[in-house]
Structure formats: C-alpha cells, structure tokens
Design a protein around this ligand. Structure first.
Ligand SMILES: *Cc1c(COP(=O)(O)O)cnc(C)c1O
Length: 419
C-alpha cells in the first residue's frame, strides 16, 4: 500500500521543521489527541509543572511574605518587559501584566477616551467593528454609557475583518478612540495594523489594539507601528494557563497623560506609604491596580523562553505553513463535502487559525471532541482550527483533518438516511 501523499508531506514537513523539537516540551503532545484549540487555551509546557510546584513549596512556602520584596513585586513589570521584547517588539517600560484582558481593556479604553474628551470635547465617538470579540464590544458599550459617548460601528463580514477603507470612512474630528483586534477571533483576519494605526492617527484618534489572537503567533511591532495602547491574552499562544494575567502596553509618552479608572494602591508612587490619597505613579506602574496574581505568571515564562529561542519570524513562518497545509487538506477532503473557507485565503491577511464553514459543523465538532480531536465551534457553522506553532505538528494536522472529514461524511450519511 502506498502512503497517502498528504501524510508523506506532513512527515517531511515535520522532519524539516526547525521548531519541531519544541513540541516535546508540552504536556500531552506525545499522545494521539489532536489539539486544534491552542488559540483558546494553549497546552501546558511540561517545565511549568515543576516550576509551579517549586514556587508553591520554596518561594511561597519558604519565603512567605518576604517573597514580595525579594522578587514578586516586580514580576508584573519584568514579565511585561519580556513580552514587550520577545512578542510585541516594544522597548522596556511600556508593558505590564496583571488583570484579565477584559479589565485591562476597560482601564486603557476609559483612560484614553477621558484624555481625548479633556483635550477636545468634540471627540465623542469610539470606533469598533461588529465582529470584534464580545468582551471588547461589551466593555466599550459600558464605557460609552458611563461617559455619554457614541459607539460608531464598522460592519464586517464574519469571514473577514476591518479594512483600511472601512476605517478611513468612519474616523474624523469626532473620533476619540478606535479599538480593533489584530487577528479576528472568528475569521483569523489579520488587520493591517500599521496602516490602520496611521489612518486613526491622521484623524487625531487614539488606537487600542487587542492582540489576544496574535501574541505569540503573528509578529507585532508595537513601537515601530506607532501603537498607542494594546492589550493581549497570555493563556492562548503564550500557554500561561487558564486565567493567566493579560498584558497591557501603553506608549511611553502617553503614560503620564492617561489616568486609568481603577485607582489602586499598587499604582501609586509609593504603595507602602499608604497615604491618605491616590497619587498615580509615573510610567507603567500606574496601570497596575491591586495585588498581582503571581502563581498565574509562572507558566507563561516557559513559553516566553521558547519564543526568545525561536524568534517570532520563525514562529510566523511555521504558522503560515500550518494554516496553508490545513487549507490544502480542506480543499482536497472537505470542499467536496460542501465545506467552504471562512478565513482569508491570502496568507498576508491571515493569522494563526483557520475557520471552515459547513451547516453541520456544530454536530461535527461535538463528535470530534468525543474522539479526542479538539477544534472549536463558532457560529455560524464554523469549525475553528487553531494551530499553535510551538506545539502543533503537521502530522497532528493531518490526523485532525482526516477525522473531521470522516465525521462529516458520517453525519451527512445519517442526515440522508443512509446510515
Ligand atoms: C480571548 C480574547 C479575550 C478574552 O478576554 P478575557 O478577559 O481573558 O476573558 C479578549 N479579546 C479577544 C480578542 C480574545 O480573543
């Protein structure tokens, strides 16, 4: 029997993959389970397990409250700077980790619109798109209500994202803030971040980038692209674990102008002074509110070390090869069954996952989960294939796509009353 040429291709790709050795560093990657959801919750790095245990035993157990002074107090800034350097190309002193993405979005967006309205009361609009991640839409809706501002919606197709033409058509002297996801969570549309930032700036607006689906899979150049503000998850491609703290980036010259709304003791000039009133610290410290979730900061450092070793360009190159491969398998095996691509075809406009549409995908995904093939389902009819460059192999993609084909065939036979 001759080997399936697609499987032969996968094996060749795995053999020549310069990042292949990272896969063995992840818990569970040596089993037959297919994980297509590293863009929602990354696999745990094996070394993180020992690190967390060592932390609990030696740092927490041994150092007790001395741990704060000895090292923990600075961790939000130190890991933030490391994310800045390795993941979003930001110079030190502009990135911290701490709250959830949702809370950081609120803090930065509120700070930004308040500063804009104070500077120019005519800037009363927040621009966002109809397919941004729910939390982004909800947070901005809340801020608009709180501050009497207007949301200006860009209508986007669920298999695409915000284009420069669309943004240019809605920004103007009334715009305070623009909030866009760099990679759209549903379609994987990769926004032209430098161009969109330039368009917003030309209109006098600030931009807040949501990097949740790009951090760790698509290169970001926060400083070079002129970002004002950004937030991003660490439990997706950075494998920080469920609920690991998100990061916030604030451009250096904006830091002392912005006043974030959750004024806590960690963000003051001297937290141990415990003074009568809140005095925001200079720099990034003021964007921190309360006690940092230290245990949740351990696992992501293991992935940051891998990213430092691999470099984002190599990670992006593998990410592209993985999505191209998944799309070619979909064309061979799934298109004949009526499946269509709900992600950009153009690699330049596509992030690290692939969404495929078929009306039966809800059922298909439910059955795949039962056989240890784990993609995600996103309405309408979308199977989302998340491909983590450090932990996914080409053979894993082959296995998962073959299972998807077989399950969809079975569902279609049952629907036709033939099985
Ligand atoms: C995953 C994700 C979030 C998640 O926010 P949390 O506060 O961590 O729940 C936010 N925005 C985008 C674009 C995401 O993909």
């Amino acid at each position: 029997m001759t080997l399936d040429p697609q499987l032969a291709f996968a094996r060749r790709m795995d053999r020549s993959d310069g990042l292949a050795h990272h896969r063995a560093k992840f818990e569970g990657a040596d089993t037959d389970l297919v994980y297509f959801d590293g863009n929602s919750l990354g696999r745990p790095p094996k070394s993180a397990i020992g690190r967390v245990e060592e932390f609990l035993r030696e740092s927490w157990g041994g150092r007790l409250i001395r741990g704060w002074d000895e090292s923990w107090l600075r961790l939000p800034n130190e890991i933030g700077d490391r994310i800045g350097r390795a993941v979003i190309d930001a110079k030190a002193g502009q990135t911290v980790i701490g709250d959830s993405t949702t809370v950081l979005l609120y803090k930065l967006a509120r700070a930004a619109v308040d500063a804009q309205v104070a500077r120019d009361p005519a800037r009363r609009e927040i621009v966002l798109d109809t397919d941004n991640f729910p939390t982004d839409r909800y947070v901005l809706d809340g801020i608009a209500k709180e501050r009497g501002l207007t949301l200006r919606w860009i209508e986007v197709d669920t298999s695409s994202g915000v284009t420069p033409e669309q943004l240019a058509a809605v920004v103007g002297p009334q715009t305070a803030l623009v909030v866009i996801s760099h990679v759209a969570y549903r379609s994987a549309y990769l926004a032209d971040a430098p161009e969109l930032t330039r368009i917003a700036h030309d209109a006098g607006a600030l931009v807040l980038w949501d990097l949740c689906h790009s951090a760790g899979s698509v290169p970001v150049k926060a400083d070079e692209w002129g970002f004002d503000l950004a937030v991003g998850c660490t439990y997706k491609y950075l494998n920080g674990g469920p609920g690991s703290p998100a990061f916030a980036y604030v451009r250096e010259d904006l830091q002392d102008v912005l006043e974030q709304p959750i004024q806590g003791w960690w963000g003051t000039t001297d937290m141990f002074l415990m003074g009568p009133e809140y005095r925001p610290a200079p720099g990034m410290q003021r964007f921190i509110s309360g006690t940092a979730p230290i245990v949740g900061m351990i696992a992501m450092q293991e992935t940051l070390a891998m990213i430092e070793e691999a470099g984002m360009p190599a990670i992006r190159a593998k990410s592209i090869a993985l999505t191209e491969y998944a799309i070619s398998l979909a064309a061979d095996w799934l298109a004949p069954l009526g499946v269509t691509l709900a992600s950009p075809d153009d690699v330049e406009r596509r992030g690290g996952h692939v969404t495929l549409f078929h009306p039966e995908m809800r059922e298909v995904v439910a059955r795949l989960w039962q056989q240890d093939v784990i993609p995600d389902y996103r309405d309408p009819g979308g199977i989302r294939i998340g491909l983590s460059p450090l932990s996914t192999s080409f053979e894993e993609v082959h296995r998962g796509m073959a299972a998807t084909r077989d399950v969809l065939k079975q569902v279609l036979l049952e629907r036709a009353g033939l099985a």
